[in-house]
Design a protein around this ligand. Structure first.
Ligand code: PEP
Ligand code: MG
Length: 898
């Protein structure tokens, strides 16, 4: 098999379609060559090699690919007219990771590889710039030392060991900036860096370019399994088996002087989705400088630059002289770049995120990929591209990551609350949304408060987990393409970056803004849409669901087969869900209604009753409450089916466990407190989830079912008399045998008959069952004979199929996921291989005897995209989920069907 794919000078062995083998970056580097975009020549070592490396070890793997790598290096030498390790005309390389799915900043990169005491002379002569040559050398030692030789800071409060040496030398020389270092200073740095490496690692810094190359390749493969990459994969659901490719390319230099530059750009706005080319660059800088947030990057376009200056409060004169746009500083190259970005977007038909370098007046592209974007940008870009005629309706739906719609459904700052808020500072609107939380300064402390805002000078890939936990991120340095900004947008997390007024002291854990001090734990608020930072807590309000969002929902409607219902227990939730497009209620959990106001007292009385007569008396008190609740919810969902489930949880959940409450209850019922306590103790169960709950309640206390059935049917009749189209569907929970359902159905039907006779009005209603116990699924052919519909309760079905307690699984599931025993939490993502097969069997057996049996799902999985797609596959009629997940399920349901 082939392990190495070369590219360069308009030719390539790979292409865009080969992402699985070459990784995203490698496939696109090949493709760019093929479409005539200038890319430095190089080669890609495949992801299969990474897998082999992980399975069979370094020695065997490198032996196998050695000759292919050597031949590929020779090709790069030929195309660039250089020689690896040569004294006069050395070949310098970059080594970068590149997985199938982009994992920005998660894995390692080495630049300027091939540098040593000989090569530095060659570069010096060739460029006529010895300072540049030595600066490249010291960068290489620094990067290689960090990435390959693992020179890390001793603790989180400490600096990078190389940065410490840089600071020391600055102090000795009495200078402030890196740019003030002379060639001799840089030589001194190289010397000190190498000495530090030797001291810490006990190893000499390698001078042989081949040793450097193999060391770097190994480091990139190893970085696939570094903790932050593993975490990122978990968050983004990227399989561990994929592995990363390694891209080796001839170096081009953005730091060869004032005619050189480097930058990062987006073909559209990744935060808002607006169709404007934008990005940042730095003159005389190398690769990571732009994203690292160390120097303030400048805008590429003139309009972007003006906007940026206005946000920062910088005057036009100062902007034009200190921070000119690329459009102004290098107009000809800007034109080329602008044409190239358009070409790339037209070719890929999606928003591109690209990296470029200008070396002495020549433009090179180093990377292009589909850009990460916020939920809002995702929607706008897809709709705009459809309207601009570049993609069709089905492609629009496929471009929507349903889970990302969640960002659009979340609150924004309340307009009046924001007016009276005190503005502290202004940074860049790096990732939109609103966040309110308590200040933390270290990512690993983000979980110190229930709502935290992570405040950093800048963030790094190590901070990923904390960024995920925090409600928002504020950085003092860094632009729109800084690590914080890019990662936050990918996560859909509110972020304000580059707020220069924020001064942070990590040691004292205090930030100062315009003289005002904020300690750790103080409240601040961020508006990621405007870049503003506010003092204190600010109220938020619900977002608008119109415009492009509505267009996506219309497309979902057009292409979907299944319908989407909602799980709702109150008329208000039902109305919210209806606005999001829910067509009916798939689960109304009646027990939630018993906790409001005085109802709980009547409920407790019912539970604590010793005789049927007493129980019926208490149930009579509950009846009007229930009827009223059902009228509300049936009316809110007028015209659609409303599935109302009979009482489900174990009774002990309703009774008072505390002394004072027991006392109150005793007084209410006219019995002694001891008696109440004894009755409560009597309800104790060793395993309540598998105990006296679900239809087992209705079968031991039929009068409860009778009361609930009466309340539902009376409510429907009352509504019908008012002219409201109410469609109740009564659902029996937790059955395992058909007989359990049959007895309940008999009660419901006879109660309905009675109500119809009493009222002289009839309504249509259904009686169905939940399928939550594996036995019910296995005997679904029998169950279907009695049921009008099935609704899969995959929460309990997962619990009982795995035998994992829903309430206790948190203790071992994280470990199971960590160890790879499970891929993900089966209570969140339906386990298609196991639980899914039980569902499938239930659907097939049920439909086998009743072809028109209505089938749906109402467990949590009904709002999780991959599970929704599975439900479509087994032929369900609907999925039901919480109101805020309705739009997500609608898009997933449409995706399942196109
Ligand atoms: C279920 O078990 O999936 C279900 C919807 O019921 P509950 O979560 O109320 O047990
Ligand atoms: Mg259940």
């Amino acid at each position: 098999a082939k392990h190495v794919y070369t590219f360069g000078a308009g030719k390539a062995e790979g292409k865009a379609g080969m992402k699985n083998l070459l990784g995203g970056k490698g496939a696109n580097l090949a493709e760019m060559n093929l479409i005539g975009v200038p890319v430095p020549p190089g080669f890609t070592i495949t992801t299969e090699v990474c897998t082999m490396y992980n399975e069979q070890g370094q020695e065997k793997t490198f032996e196998l690919i050695k000759s292919e790598v050597e031949a590929a290096v020779t090709l790069v030498e030929e195309l660039t007219g250089t020689k690896f390790g040569d004294k006069d005309n050395p070949c310098l390389l970059s080594v970068r990771s590149g997985a199938r799915a982009s994992m920005p900043g998660m894995m390692d990169t080495v630049l300027n590889l091939g540098m040593n005491n000989d090569a530095v002379e060659g570069i010096s002569k060739k460029s006529g710039n010895s300072r540049f040559a030595w600066d490249s050398y010291r960068r290489f030692v620094q990067m290689y030392g960090d990435v390959v030789m693992e020179m890390k800071p001793a603790s989180k409060e400490e600096h990078d060991p190389f940065e410490e040496i840089i600071d020391e030398l600055k102090e000795e020389k009495g200078i402030q900036l890196d740019t003030e270092f002379t060639t001799e200073d840089l030589q001194e740095l190289v010397k000190r860096f190498k000495a530090a490496v030797k001291k810490v690692t006990g190893k000499d810094f390698p001078t042989d370019p081949w040793e450097q190359l193999w060391g770097s390749v190994a480091a990139v493969f190893n970085s696939w399994n570094n903790p932050r990459a593993i975490l990122y994969r978990r968050l983004e659901q990227i399989p561990d088996e994929w592995g990363t490719a390694v891209n080796v390319q001839a170096m081009v230099f953005g730091n060869m002087g004032e005619g050189s530059a480097t930058g990062v750009a987006f073909t559209r706005d990744a935060a808002t989705g607006e169709d404007v080319f934008n990005g940042e660059y730095l003159i005389n800088a190398q690769g990571e400088d732009v994203v690292a947030g160390i120097r303030t990057p400048q805008e590429i376009t003139l309009s972007g630059s003006k906007k940026w200056a206005a946000l920062q409060g910088i005057s036009e004169e100062e902007r034009a002289s200190k921070y000119p746009s690329l459009e102004e500083a290098m107009p000809e190259l800007y034109k080329q770049l602008d044409a190239t970005q358009q070409k790339l977007e037209d070719h890929y038909k999606d928003m591109q995120d690209l990296e470029f370098t200008i070396q002495e007046g020549k433009l090179w592209l180093l990377q292009t990929r589909n850009g990460k974007r916020t939920g809002a940008a995702m929607v706008k870009i897809a709709v705009d591209m459809m309207e601009q005629g570049s993609i069709d309706e089905k492609t629009v739906l496929q471009r929507i990551d349903p889970n990302k719609l969640d960002e659009l459904l979340h609150p924004v700052f309340d307009a009046s609350a924001i007016k009276s808020a005190t503005e502290l500072a202004k940074g860049l609107p790096a990732s939109p949304g609103a966040a309110t939380g308590q200040v933390v300064f270290f990512a690993d402390e983000a979980n110190k408060y229930p709502a935290s805002v992570l405040v950093r000078v800048e963030t790094s890939p190590e901070d990923l987990e904390g960024m995920h936990i925090a409600k928002g991120i504020l950085t003092a340095r860094g632009g729109m393409t800084s690590h914080a900004a890019v990662v936050a947008r990918g996560m859909g997390k509110c972020c304000v970056s580059g707020a220069g007024a924020v001064k942070i002291n990590y040691k004292t854990r205090i930030m100062t803004i315009e003289g005002k001090e904020f300690k750790e734990g103080d409240w601040i608020s961020l508006n990621g849409t405007t870049g503003k930072v506010y003092e204190g807590k600010i109220t938020t309000k619900d977002p608008e669901m119109s415009g492009d969002f509505a267009k996506i929902m219309d497309l979902a409607e057009k292409y979907t087969r299944m319908s989407v219902r909602t799980n709702a227990d109150t008329p208000k939730d039902a109305q919210v869900a209806r606005k999001f497009g829910a067509k009916g209620i798939g689960l109304c959990r009646t027990e939630h209604m018993f906790f409001e106001g005085d109802r709980i007292k009547a409920m407790r009385e019912m539970i604590l009753s010793k005789t049927e007569t007493e129980r019926r008396k208490a149930l009579d008190k509950l009846l009007p409450y229930q009827r009223e609740d059902f009228e509300g919810i049936l009316e809110a969902m007028e015209g659609y089916g409303v599935t109302i489930r009979l009482l489900d949880p174990p009774l002990h959940e309703f009774v008072p466990h505390e002394d004072a409450n027991q006392k109150e209850m005793a007084a209410e019922m006219g019995i002694s407190q001891e008696e109440v306590k004894a009755l409560v103790d009597d309800l104790h169960e060793f395993n309540p989830m598998l105990g006296h709950r679900g239809c087992r309640l209705g079968n031991t206390y039929p009068e409860i079912t009778e009361m609930q059935a009466r309340a539902i049917i009376e409510a429907a009749v009352n509504l019908k008399n008012k002219g409201v189209d109410a469609r109740p569907e009564i659902m029996v929970p937790l059955i395992g045998t058909v007989k359990e359902l049959k007895l309940q159905a008999d009660i419901i039907h006879s109660t309905a008959k009675k109500v119809f006779e009493e009222k002289g009005t009839e309504v249509e209603y259904l009686v169905g069952t939940m399928i939550e116990v594996p036995r019910a699924a296995v005997t679904a052919d029998k169950v279907a004979e009695v049921a009008d519909f099935f609704s899969f309760g995959t929460n309990d079905l997962t619990q009982m199929t795995f035998g994992y307690s829903r309430d206790d699984a948190g203790k071992f599931l994280p470990v199971y996921i960590e160890k790879g025993i499970l891929k993900n939490d089966p209570f969140q993502i339906l386990d298609q291989e196991g639980v899914g097969q039980v569902v499938k069997m239930g659907v097939e057996k049920g439909r086998g005897v009743k072809p028109n049996l209505k089938v749906g799902i109402c467990g949590e999985h009904g709002g999780e995209p991959s599970s929704v797609i599975f439900c479509d596959g087994v032929g369900m009629d609907y999925v039901s989920c919480s109101p805020f997940r309705v739009p997500i399920a609608r898009v997933a349901a449409a995706q399942a069907n196109i």
